[in-house]
Ligand binder design. Sequence first.
Ligand code: HEM
Length: 496
Amino acid sequence: MLLHILCDHLTIVAIVITSISVWAFLRWGQDRNLNIPPGPNGSPLIGNLPAFLSSSPTDFFAECSKKFGDIFKLQLGQQRVFIVSCTDLGRKVFSNRDAQNRVPNVAYYKVFGRNAHGITFSSNGPCKDARRFLLGLFRDLGVGRGSFEYKILSEAERLAMNLGERVGKREADIKQKFFWAVSNITCGIVFGKQYEYDDPTLKQFVDFVETLFIAAGPGALFLTSPFLSALPFGPGSKALNCLRKFRKEMEKIINERISSFDPQETPCNVVDAFLLEIHNNPGNSGHINQENLLLCFVDLFVAGTETTTSTLSFAILFLTTHLQVQEKCQQELDLFIKGGGQLTYSERSRLPFLQAVIHETQRVSNVAPIGIPHLADKDIKLSGFDLPKGSAIAANMKVILMNDNVFENPEDFNPDRFIKDGAFEENPHVIPFSTGNRACLGEKLARMELFVFLSHLLSRYSFKPPKNVTMPSILNGIETAVTRSPLPYEVVISER
Ligand code: HEM
C-alpha cells in the first residue's frame, strides 16, 4: 500500500519535472533568436525567487539595474518579469497598447469568482469598462475639485481633533490615525458612510488592508502565483482568509444599500452607481455587475488606503527629522492664512513650498516601489530588446526616483530642488502614480488628500522628535507586497 502511494507520488513528481523541462527547452528554443534583456542567473524551476524573497525587492532591483542596465529580466517561477529602471523606457512601455493587461490574481478568483474582474488585476474589456465607469463617477462626484473637497476637509478636521488629544504627549502610532482618516474617505466614496475613529467597522477595514498587504508577500507573489496561493499554510492562505472575511463585510454593506436604494436619486457613491447601472440595464450592464462591484470595492480600499497613508506617515517623519523644512513650510502657511487665504486645493499654487514638500515626499518615500506589474499580451519591441508575449513588466521606482543624473544628492530630503524663481516646478521624473493608460486611478483623489491633510495639520501643530530618541533613517522602510511604509517612529505634537 505504502509502496503504491509512493509510486503515485513519484509519478506525479516525474510528470511535473518532465513538463517543466520540456517547457524550459521550448522557451530556450524560442528565446535563442530574440534579443531578451539580460538579467541575473536563477536556479532551475524557481529562477530568481530566492533573491526576490530574501532581500528587500527594491534593493535587489537596484543592484540588478547597476549590473544589467535600464531594463533587466527576472525569472520568478514560471513568470518572466522585465524590470524597467528609467523614466523614458517606463513611459514608452507603460503607454504601449500591448502592455496594458495584468497578471491574473488567482486569490481574487478563488474568493470572488471568475466573473469578478475588478480594476487592479483586470485586463482588456472588463478593465476598460471598470476604469471608464469609475473615472466617470469620480468626475461626477467632483473628485479632485472643490465640490468634493469638503469631505476631505471635514475628515482633516476629525483627524486634527484626534491628534489634539495627544498634544504634549508622545504619539507612537500616527500611521494608524492616518489610516483611519484615509480609509474613512474611501468609505465615503465607496458606500457613502464615514465613521468615528473608534468604530469597529472602520477598524476592521483598516485591519483587513494591513493584513492583506503583509500576507500577500513581496511583490504580491502569494496573490498572483497559482502555486503559492494554493499552499494550505503560510501567507497565501492568510491572504485568502482575509479576503473571505472582507467579502462578508462588504456583502453586508451592499445589502444595506440595496434595501434603501432609490433609482430616482443621483448616486453619490460607487455602490449606488453600480446598483443604478444594473437597475437601468437589467441583464445588459456588461462588466458593471454585482460580482464586479465586490472586487472594485476591494480594489479601491487596497490600492488607495495603504499608499496614501504611508505617504502621509513618511511626510511627518521627513518633517520631524528636517525641522527647518517644517518651519519654512509653516511660515509659508502662516503668511498665506494671515493674508486671508483659505487652505483649499484650488489655492495650492499660492503655497509653492508645501507643494514642493509633497512632491519631494513622494519622490523619497517611494510607496509603490514596483507599481503594479503590467502584462504583455503581444510580443513587444522596446529599445531594441524583445519582450515576449506573456511577460510581466514592472517599474524599478527606487532607481527612477533616486536617479543621480536627474536629482542632485538624491538621498537628501530637499524640497527646494523643486522651487524655481519662487514657484513650484513639478519634475517629470517623479512618477509615483506611474504613467500610461493604467496609471493610478485615484491620482487626483490622492493629491487632494495629501494637500488637505498636510496643510491643515502643519498650520495647527508642530511635530518634533521625542527627547533622547533616535528617529529611523528616512531611507529605510518596510516593504509589504507592492507598497513601502516607514519604520515605526514616535513624535511629540505641540499646538502652534
Ligand atoms: C499616494 C497615493 C497613491 C500612490 C503613490 C498610488 C500609486 C499607484 C501606482 C504606481 C499604480 C500602478 C499604475 C500602473 O499599473 O502603471 C496605481 C494603481 C491604482 N491605484 Fe493608486 N496610488 C495612490 C492612491 C490611490 C487612491 C487614493 C486610489 C483610489 C481610491 C487609488 C486607486 C488605484 C487603482 C484602482 C489602481 C489600479 C489601476 C488600474 O489597474 O488600471 N490609488 N496606484
